[in-house]
Design a protein around this ligand. Structure first.
Ligand code: DGY
Length: 353
């Protein structure tokens, strides 16, 4: 699909993206925009080289693509200066290779914070109250009357929520679980660990504590853990929000799973390889009261054998940022990143900065 065929700058988007604001932004700024309409979901390096062609000023790409040495070399050869991932995560992008070939890299933080945190909160509630399992039971026609034991789950109120990685998304999730809209809300206690010593959450819980006190309410307890294992041992619901790098690969493995409470709930809306999925499947088998809500998987789009059969797992296809507002915002930011560089400004969101 080609927009503004006579535009001076050739910009390629490897996928169609929601909304029209990003398209208008590019064509109003003299770009010829080419949107790949290829039906297959994941494009190979060869597919993308063909899209880049002989002349290309910038590319908007996706987290399913392998943006390494080969693609940045091809983009640079075609005169390209800018690449933006339509994602906040950029573990699919070799930033060093981009630097080497003089291609600026952008990502799309901010607009997806609340939407992603909302999915982590939804999965937490759905896992605690076994909603997906119970829905399957109804649909299968198995409900033959109310029973005291039927789908008994966990009450979240007063339990402890644990957050690993308290950056933008982890902090927003914690805020939702601790606070909600009223003084009462879920009112979960909080324990969190952040490798980079983010103070975001600390500011929030301190202010919230003061608010509760002023209203004569019992304050929630909270602490910044000095290690991840403290969070794993103490929390009832644990949500993972670290970036994926060498230090966080298989952060959750056989050993760390064994330290968690038998009835704990584990949520992952970060990146699949943060969890050793084979160890997780085994743990789910051995501990039927342990539950998980997963948005991401080690080898997307696949699940490790056995995971799909586990009743104590909720699995959704990497949709944490999938609200209309957010996806349109991500597309717009990605376009601004590429446009900025083409027009001689810094990219809007440069993960290097
Ligand atoms: C991201 O942005 O990194 C998410 O995984 C997709 O929105």
């Amino acid at each position: 699909e080609v927009w503004n065929p006579n535009g001076k700058y050739r910009v390629v988007s490897t996928k169609s993206m929601p909304g029209t604001r990003w398209i208008n932004l590019l064509i109003e700024q003299d770009c010829r925009l080419e949107i790949c309409t290829e039906k297959k979901t994941i494009l190979s390096v060869e597919d993308i080289i063909a899209l880049i062609g002989d002349k290309c000023d910038g590319v908007i790409g996706q987290l399913t693509e392998d943006w390494g040495e080969t693609l940045f070399a091809a983009l640079s050869k075609a005169g390209g200066k800018a690449f933006s991932n339509m994602a906040v995560g950029y573990n699919n992008v070799d930033v060093n290779a981009a630097n080497k070939y003089g291609v600026a890299v952008g990502n799309t933080p901010g607009v997806l914070t609340e939407t992603t945190a909302e999915l982590a909160a939804s999965l937490s509630l759905a896992a605690a109250r076994r909603i997906v399992e119970a829905d399957g039971f109804m649909r299968a026609g198995l409900y033959d009357g109310w029973l005291p034991h039927l789908f008994v789950g966990n009450l979240l109120k007063g339990q402890t929520v644990g957050v690993i990685g308290a950056g933008r998304i982890g902090s927003a999730y914690a805020r939702m679980m601790v606070l909600c809209n009223t003084v009462e809300g879920f009112k979960m206690n909080l324990i969190y660990f952040d490798l980079y010593q983010s103070t975001r959450l600390e500011k929030f819980v301190t202010a919230y504590g003061q608010f509760l006190k002023a209203n004569g309410e019992q304050p929630v307890t909270w602490k910044r853990a000095s290690s991840m294992s403290e969070v794993l041992q103490e929390a009832d619901v644990i949500s993972l929000h670290p970036v994926l790098d060498k230090t966080t690969y298989h952060l959750i493995n056989k050993e760390s799973l064994a330290t968690m409470k038998k009835e704990a709930i584990l949520i992952n809306c970060s990146r699949g390889p943060v969890v050793d999925e084979v160890a997780l499947v085994e743990h789910l088998k051995q501990n039927p009261m342990f539950r998980v809500g997963l948005d991401v998987f080690e080898d997307e789009p696949y699940m490790k054998p056995g995971l799909g059969e586990m009743k104590n797992a909720i699995v959704v296809p990497h949709i944490a940022s999938a609200s209309k507002w957010t996806r349109e915002g991500m597309a717009t930011l990605a376009a601004l990143n590429v446009l900025g560089k083409i027009k001689g400004y810094p990219v809007w969101h440069d993960p290097n900065r």
